[in-house]
Design a binder for this molecule. Structure first.
Ligand SMILES: Nc1ncnc2c1ncn2[C@@H]1O[C@H](COP(=O)(O)OP(=O)(O)OP(=O)(O)O)[C@@H](O)[C@H]1O
Ligand SMILES: [Mg+2]
Length: 379
């Protein structure tokens, strides 16, 4: 008899794809087998409260589900202690609970509550069998109910583990997508830098050299000298552009001497703007210093491009296990958007998010801008 019931429960637990339908089916099987009036099935939520997931024979209803606070009532105690609770004359107070049990005012009920125990401690669900006629649930009945509940517990644990895995997978997919998008955006930025700086300089350089070549044939030495001088200054410009494109991509100073030195070198290479650096050198994990360097670089880049500022300051400091980086300018300021189409600010936010840190932009029209980053590091 018991084995036949356990086999039916096992079939439902392993084959019914919907958790509430499986619980409803098991509640019905258990109540019928024990000759009880019905059975409620609760699931434990992340806070330890029990939430009604299925009810036999009265359906759970469409409204807010019945909740049993952690540790309270017969079901709550069964979940908290991980042992069956038998009450011969229980008087649940909650009106919805009384309605589900089919009780008239003041009427007591006999109950058997069994926890679905989870390996490693705790309970993931409770099956609560009830009988309106006074009844003692015997040892064999309690044992059977507990075996059923443990099968249910197995299924609930597997479902929870699968849901957690899916969440992790979604988070990981988002991280990978963000990293790929960031990589693509940096590639586009490098292409734009090369196009705007280097290619233009080399195109003009070629033009001046051709002009010098033609003038050489004509014997116009003064014009040749003029063209060669123009070509030389363009070659210098191209060299400068190449250097700054390379520092933009890769900072040997950052790698060899640390973040403070890297920021100082980056600030010195900024064209047409005074950038002061107030940075202490302290050990920072490599991936953190690379990310902070990129954030500072983009923030300074933005000052040059948008702020019309006369001065910017880059600060780097450590407070306990937090690293603080800020870039402040005295420029025109702007209204920081929540989320913009441009890559710069979004890229900064993504980098900081990946490090578990916080990015704040304080700015307003006419008030200058401060980009502030706080990132935790292990000491
Ligand atoms: N320091 C600043 N001062 C004034 N305005 C700024 C400053 N930083 C950003 N902005 C404004 O915020 C906008 C968004 O900046 P963001 O870095 O995201 O994009 P972008 O610099 O325009 O383009 P990208 O960085 O993709 O090359 C800028 O277009 C600019 O209007
Ligand atoms: Mg930008």
């Amino acid at each position: 008899m018991d084995d036949a019931v356990i086999a039916k429960v096992a079939r439902s637990v392993t084959r019914e794809p919907s958790l509430p339908l499986m619980l409803a089916e098991v509640a019905r099987l258990l109540a019928d087998t024990l000759g009880a009036d019905g059975c409620l099935a609760f699931l434990a939520d992340s806070g330890g409260d029990l939430v009604l997931a299925a009810s036999h024979p009265r359906p759970a209803g469409a409204g807010a589900p019945l909740r049993v606070p952690e540790g309270s009532g017969a079901a709550g105690r069964a979940a908290a202690d991980g042992v069956p609770v038998v009450l011969v004359a229980d008087r649940p107070r909650h009106p919805l609970h009384r309605e589900l049990l089919g009780l008239s005012p003041g009427q007591p009920v006999s109950r058997l509550c069994v926890p679905a125990r989870v390996a490693g401690g705790g309970s993931s669900a409770v099956l609560a069998v009830h009988s309106r006629a006074r009844r003692e649930f015997g040892e064999a009945e309690v044992d059977l109910a507990q075996r059923v509940a443990d099968l249910v517990g197995l299924r609930v644990s597997v479902a929870a583990a699968l849901a957690t895995m899916r969440d992790h997978q979604d988070e990981w997919d988002a991280v990978v997508a963000g990293a790929v998008a960031a990589q693509e955006a940096e590639r586009r930025r490098v292409a734009a830098d090369l196009h705007d700086g280097l290619t233009q300089a080399i195109a003009s350089l070629t033009f001046h050299l051709s002009a010098a070549d033609v003038a050489l044939g004509d014997g116009d030495v003064a014009y040749v000298a003029e063209q060669v001088a123009a070509a030389r200054s363009l070659a210098d410009l191209a060299l400068g552009e190449t250097r700054s494109a390379i520092t933009g991509l890769h900072s040997p100073v950052l790698e060899n001497q640390g973040l403070a030195a890297g920021l100082t070198a980056m600030a010195r290479a900024v064209p047409g703007l005074r950038v002061d650096v107030d940075a202490a050198e302290f050990p920072v994990p490599h991936h953190v210093s690379t990310s902070l360097f990129r954030v500072a670089q983009e923030a300074v880049h933005n000052v040059v491009k948008h702020a019309e500022a006369s001065r910017a300051v880059v600060r780097l400091a450590r407070h306990g296990h937090m690293v603080l980086l800020s870039v402040t300018d005295d420029g025109c300021g702007f209204d920081p958007p929540d989320e913009g189409p441009a890559y710069g600010l979004r890229g900064m936010a993504e980098r900081v998010h990946l490090l578990g840190g916080r990015l704040r932009i304080r700015s307003g029209p006419g008030a200058g801008t401060t980009v502030e980053v706080t990132v935790p590091i292990a000491l």
